[in-house]
Design a protein around this ligand. Structure first.
Ligand code: 2YH
Length: 276
């Protein structure tokens, strides 16, 4: 699992409004609408939840420790969606105590392995990997529209890719999956509706809709991509080479935290307490 680095998120807080405009232009949906669509929550229901919840972000020092700017950026994404949110002064267990003492109803916290949102009212947990998978799928759906006619290739069948596949199945999309690790694609062998692609270089040019959910850098070169390819790229680092990214960037959705965090929040306030 990739651990974010401070440079992955540096400066993005100031660009949130511009990123939201970019999402709207590319997908027809704002960040909040992408999150709500992915979580199966009406946008109005999310906004109605605003007065009911204060959100706290708790920095966690365990493992490799604090990532500079991480908690602040998570806080700014949640604020951008309209919620009252603060970052605790204390970290770890003391931060949890502080968040509850200050009446927070939803807590965001991450160590090196998991990044979760806890809803203390509904006692539910939403998970960043799952939220990222479904959030980027909803964003790609906004860009692509006709998943029934044209198949979607999911590259990487880890937690993010698997969540994307589950979401796409719910949309009755035509799905193909490619992962170098055959153990990761094995669960899909018993699903005849899902095509398993064994060779990325051979598979890529055939697909117009792509979710790139691998932690590998520079595995996708420009020549491998369909000229009209639309890509949702939650993978960090991104699998496209810098040249491929530059040539396709008008057709790519890529961010390190925004869609995942927004979708975690929408899942966390879901009245049916959708669980990861
Ligand atoms: O980046 C990560 C992990 N790879 C989990 C991601 C799950 N999709 N964790 C962030 C660690 C943050 C740190 N503990 C902090 O600043 O609080």
């Amino acid at each position: 699992m990739t651990r974010l680095k401070a440079e992955d998120i540096a400066g993005l807080e100031q660009e949130l409004a511009a990123y939201d405009r970019e999402l709207r232009q590319k997908t027809g949906l704002t960040l909040r609408q992408i999150a709500c669509t992915a979580a199966g929550l009406r946008e109005r229901a999310l906004l109605e939840a605003v007065p009911a919840y204060t959100v706290a972000v708790i920095p966690v020092t365990s493992g490799l420790g604090i990532i500079s700017g991480f908690a602040r950026f998570v806080q700014s994404i949640i604020k951008h969606l309209g919620f009252n949110v603060f970052t605790t002064v204390e970290t770890d267990v003391a931060g949890l105590a502080e968040a509850v003492a200050k009446q927070a109803g939803i807590l965001f916290l991450a160590d090196d392995y998991r990044f979760i949102a806890l809803n203390l009212v509904t006692r539910t947990v939403s998970d960043n990997a799952q939220a990222t998978g479904i959030g980027f799928s909803a964003a790609l759906h906004g860009m692509a529209k006709d998943f029934h006619a044209t198949p979607v290739l999911v590259i990487g069948a880890g937690p993010v890719g698997s969540a994307a596949i589950a979401y796409l199945r719910g949309l009755q999309a035509r799905i193909a999956v490619c992962d170098l690790d055959q153990a990761k694609t094995r669960p899909y062998e018993s699903m005849p509706e899902i095509k398993i692609e064994r060779n990325l270089a051979e598979a890529l040019p055939k697909y117009k809709y792509i979710i790139e959910a691998t932690p590998q850098a520079n595995i996708i070169h420009h020549e491998m991509l369909h000229p009209e390819a639309l890509l949702a790229v939650p993978g960090i680092p991104m699998g496209l080479t810098p040249a491929a990214y530059a040539l396709h960037q008008d057709r790519i959705i890529h961010d390190p935290l925004q869609i995942g965090v927004a979708t975690m929040l929408a899942l966390a306030v879901h009245p049916n307490g959708k669980r990861s």
